[in-house]
Design a protein around this ligand. Structure first.
Ligand code: SME
Length: 160
């Protein structure tokens, strides 16, 4: 397994294009869910200057905190609550340019200003987890992040 990431490019688009194959290669053949999610999250956190990067896993009808990088966070989120619970409920990516403008946003960190949440689907097309990324400034995420993070999430569904 490679111990280093080679991150080319100044722009976000190029950075994702360089990162995603490497992040997926890191977990190639790895069947342990915790190990795989932990390394993918760490690779994302290394590549970008984000506040919080991690996963919430669907367990017994709620989201439970999984592997993450960043400050301590809420351990459980109910379906339909916050950005994470809404992305799960609606089974779609949510880009939130300003968390203060999102009704019901759960402020795990007072430093979070914008957020993107991307569902992870299993083979039965059920949401089994969400990838949650927070930034300390507004409008950090857009369609480019959504496109690439969805591509990454598609490479994780087999772990569930
Ligand atoms: N802000 C999220 C909660 C998770 S933390 O940001 C890590 C939400 O509203 O679902």
């Amino acid at each position: 397994m490679a111990e280093h990431l080679i991150l080319d490019g100044e722009g976000k688009d190029e950075r994702y294009r360089s990162l995603i194959p490497q992040a997926l290669a890191l977990i190639d053949g790895e069947t342990d869910q915790t190990a795989a999610l932990a390394n993918v999250g760490a690779a994302l956190a290394m590549a970008f200057d984000w506040l919080w990067t991690g996963f919430y896993l669907v367990k017994n009808g709620e989201l439970v905190l999984g592997p993450f990088q960043g400050p301590i966070a809420c351990t459980r989120i109910k379906r339909g609550k916050g950005v994470c619970g809404t992305a799960w409920d609606q089974a779609r990516t949510l880009v939130v340019p300003d968390v203060e403008a999102f009704p019901g946003h759960i402020a795990c960190s007072s430093h979070s200003r914008s957020e993107i949440v991307v569902p992870v689907f299993n083979a039965a097309a059920e949401v089994v987890a969400v990838l949650d990324v927070d930034a300390s400034h507004t409008e950090a995420f857009d369609e480019t992040d959504a496109r690439y993070l969805e591509q990454l999430a598609a490479g994780l569904g087999h772990l569930f």
